[in-house]
Design a protein around this ligand. Structure first.
Ligand code: GDP
Ligand code: MN
Length: 386
């Protein structure tokens, strides 16, 4: 789950990281009031879940309260990479001498948190990572040992941070690591962390992503979710407890088991790629899927208007195919799909399941025996409706 910039920075502040004393506005009038209270100049910053707001015109420096009003009016309602700006952060403008990049993320291959830091921070960190990866200092943290002072000193020195700032940099890095681990974050990023004209370090931008699997024990963070930028289908899936990721293809996949779900997606690509046909989603209905869950999954798949065919691929282990079949019938009577559905049931009670489906004589249902056959039939059906 992504936090907005203001949420990330307020979280940083709770861990002792210095941030500008800004506030959030939902209207230009509020922005003006905050600007007068803070004293100009201020920066008006779009709060949307995308990077590169600066380059997209979503970060503007206002010299007085009237200008704050005007820029807030420009930015509120603006669309950045498909997301509509509904709130802006009004921050006192920082006097920036130097922009630093500082982030902690998961290094999955090492199974450890990884610190990335560069003296050349700011707006082009992705470009820097491509062109001169050596300009980014990387240091792993052993989660048992924690972050040691020799590591923060090493990072500050290796990145070429002026010596005068090592102590406060070390303290910010330790706070960021505490924030990262205590918040169950996947990413805690400050870009830029600035050195001001007065020689202070200040977190001017923040981005935190919380591990969804840990939200149950992060209630204070969980309530901060802003789902407005999320596809409707993903919100529905989250509420139904179904693992679902929306993709760009035309074949809606309903599968049990993450591995089988990925294989099914690969198969639709294998046979559909030449015609630009592929999976519309990843969906794992989980083990022992109830009729209600099958119905929820079908509703989620069909809420994506790109879907031209549904491919149901179930391997019955603990899940019984006859129960899934009953679930599909319930789902069809509730959801009334208007696209063909290719159904493959294998494993426990498969013949009973297939019998239930064929006896129901629902229009638009195509039975398949093998996964190859199912994928080919689904691709053909999607192509026909192109
Ligand atoms: P991003 O583009 O979405 O990463 O948004 P940032 O918050 O990082 O802002 C982009 C850039 O705007 C920063 O790298 C700074 O160069 C500039 N900027 C942001 N806040 C301030 C500020 O308070 N003062 C000044 N002078 N520049 C700022
Ligand atoms: Mn930034």
């Amino acid at each position: 789950m992504k936090l907005h910039e203001y949420q990330s920075k307020f979280l940083f502040r709770d861990f002792g990281i210095p941030i500008p004393a800004g506030q959030v506005a939902k209207t230009p009038a509020e922005a003006r009031a905050i600007a007068s209270q803070l004293g100009a100049p201020v920066v008006i910053k779009a709060q949307v879940h995308v990077g590169g707001r600066g380059k997209a015109g979503g970060v503007k420096l206002a010299r007085d309260a009237d200008e704050a009003h005007r820029y807030a009016a420009d930015i509120l309602g603006m669309e950045i990479k498909g997301l509509v700006v509904q709130q802006v952060l009004v921050d006192p403008a920082a006097d920036i001498q130097q922009e630093i990049y500082l982030a902690i993320t998961n290094d999955r291959s090492a199974g450890m948190p990884l610190i990335m830091s560069s003296i050349e921070g700011g707006m082009d960190i992705e470009e820097l990572n491509r062109s001169r990866p050596e300009a980014i200092i990387r240091e792993r943290i052993d989660p048992i040992l924690g972050l040691n002072d020799f590591q923060t000193t090493h990072i500050a020195s290796a990145m070429g941070m002026p010596r005068a700032h090592w102590r406060s940099f070390g303290s910010i890095l330790r706070s960021l690591y505490r924030c990262y681990s205590e918040s169950d974050a996947e990413l805690a990023e400050i870009n830029p962390l600035v050195i001001t004209g007065g020689g202070e370090l200040l977190a001017v931008d923040g981005k935190v992503i919380i591990d969804d699997n840990a939200l149950y024990r992060q209630p204070k963070l969980a309530v901060q979710r802003d789902a407005s930028g999320e596809p409707e289908s993903e919100s529905l899936a989250r509420e139904a407890g179904i693992s679902y990721i929306k993709l760009d293809g035309q074949i809606g996949c309903m599968v049990n088991g993450a591995g089988l779900a990925m294989t099914t997606m690969d198969m639709t690509k294998l046979y559909g790629d030449a015609d630009n046909i592929g999976p519309a989603n990843f969906l794992d209905i989980g083990g022992g899927a109830s009729p209600a869950q099958v119905a929820a999954a079908l509703r989620i798949i069909l809420s994506d208007d790109k879907v031209r065919c549904v491919l149901i691929n179930i391997f019955g282990g603990i899940t019984r195919c006859d129960e899934v079949a009953a679930g599909i019938l319930t789902a069809c009577s509730e959801v009334k799909p208007n696209v063909p559905m290719v159904i493959r049931l294998q494993g426990t009670n498969a013949s009973e399941g297939n019998a239930i489906i064929s006896q129901a004589q629902i229009a638009n249902i195509i039975s398949a025996q093998t996964l190859t056959q199912a994928a080919q039939l689904a691709v053909a059906a999607a192509k026909e409706r192109a």
